[in-house]
Design a protein. Structure first.
Length: 406
């Protein structure tokens, strides 16, 4: 490995950045400390060992309210500490002396479920707490065997946990805390009937805490029926895309690969995620990038789960700089070393755009989003700018490194 490569990989393990280069959505706090929430000593040990120093704004707002067993409707930008905002109070409320499922964390994708359960285990490692992750695409028999042992917290995709609960293997009758992360995705037509069944299987005296960056009409109607009197947290009024510099380049379709090559050569990319609008284009583009001489992985929903897991973990550990993906990867994937997102294919709607570029600029770090725009995309570009109240600027000949290298 070259000196440059080893220096780069070493940098991935040290995501702490100078506070001057962080954005207000993680620095503009009320000055609280984790000790102010009167958490168990064992939990505080896990929080600090994980590297969390002070609560971010979403954590300051959500932790005390969830500890009061209230329903919560929380809207915050991806990458601002949203996951820990619900994990920490859930760990605090869990009684490890009771061998029963007390918390159900519902997650829309397998990758995000695995990532979330890993954080639960890391933060709760001194608590003698049992957390299980269960998702589709893995052995149902193994999950059934695991549930013969005590489990306090389950992190799950909806279909798999409904399967286990319907068989009365996962007993949810004593589960009083239901977390819905990426709630807008969970409430898509395919998931909503499953969620309604799961809620009915939990303890009647449950609380529901919903987290998302966007709350469409489906979420509001669901709340009216299933989440009475939620405490509303909204940190998104002006912070939606703060810290991410957005540019577009008008190109012909046949010029896109050449343009990408130029970006790779001229930008100081720590790690990048490149989005395509179809599975076929993901694989074709990854092949092209490799032919250009750049290290590159790809991931999409039609890959075997074991391969997806391997690619995700290797990318997270810095085995390659570039990852080509479909929209599978837009939900909650938290890799702080990603400082550049490239929309090789421009998305069709503002919600997808928001989630895609939110992969850059994690936890207040600066990030860059570059959009390759064809004539067909011009209308979508202007509409997305209007809907998100943001400006996507023409790409300059040289992009100021201070915009995305912190």
């Amino acid at each position: 490995m070259s000196t440059e490569e080893s220096d780069w990989k070493a940098g991935l393990t040290a995501p702490k950045a100078d506070e001057r280069y962080k954005t207000e959505d993680v620095t503009q706090t009320k000055g609280r400390e984790f000790e102010d929430f009167f958490l168990k000593r064992e939990l505080l040990m896990g929080i600090f060992e994980k590297g969390f120093e002070k609560p971010s704004p979403i954590q300051e707002e959500a932790i005390p309210i969830i500890l009061q067993n209230r329903n919560v409707l929380a809207r915050a930008k991806n990458g601002t500490g949203k996951t820990a905002a619900y994990i920490i109070p859930c760990l605090e409320k869990t009684d490890t002396s009771k061998p029963e499922i007390q918390v159900l964390m519902l997650i829309p994708t397998r990758e995000l479920a695995l990532q979330t359960s890993a954080i639960v285990k890391e933060v709760g490692k001194h608590m003698n707490l049992q957390c299980m992750v269960t998702t589709g695409g893995t052995s149902l028999k193994d999950d059934i065997m695991r549930l013969y042992q005590p489990v306090h917290i389950i992190v799950a995709t909806p279909g798999r946990i409904l399967d286990l609960a319907s068989k009365d293997v996962a007993k949810l009758g004593n589960c009083k805390t239901i977390i819905m992360d990426e709630a807008d995705k969970l409430l898509s037509p395919e998931f909503q009937p499953v969620l309604e069944q799961l809620i009915g299987m939990c303890n009647e005296a449950h609380q529901i805490c919903m987290f998302s960056a966007t709350f469409p009409v489906t979420v509001k109607s669901f709340c009216q029926q299933f989440v009475p009197n939620p405490y509303s947290i909204n940190l998104m009024d002006e912070l939606t895309l703060r810290g991410i510099s957005q540019f577009y380049a008008y190109v012909l379709e046949r010029q896109k690969v050449h343009c990408l090559n130029t970006l790779f050569t001229q930008l100081e990319i720590n790690q990048s995620i490149i989005f395509c609008n179809s599975v076929n284009r993901v694989e074709l583009l990854a092949k092209k990038i490799t032919e250009l001489g750049f290290s590159c992985f790809y991931i999409h929903a039609k890959m075997q789960q074991s391969n997806r897991n391997r690619v995700f973990h290797e990318f997270r550990n810095g085995a390659t700089r570039h990852l080509v993906t479909s929209d599978l990867f837009t939900r909650g994937i938290d890799i702080q070393s990603v400082n550049c997102v490239i929309n090789f294919d421009f998305p069709k709607n503002s919600e997808t755009y928001l989630h895609r570029i939110g992969r850059s600029g994690r936890f207040g770090h600066l990030g860059l989003a570059v959009n390759l725009i064809t004539a067909e995309d011009k209308g979508n570009l202007r509409r997305i700018e209007q809907e998100l109240g943001t400006e996507i600027k023409p790409i300059p000949s040289v992009i100021d490194r201070s915009l995305y290298v912190g």
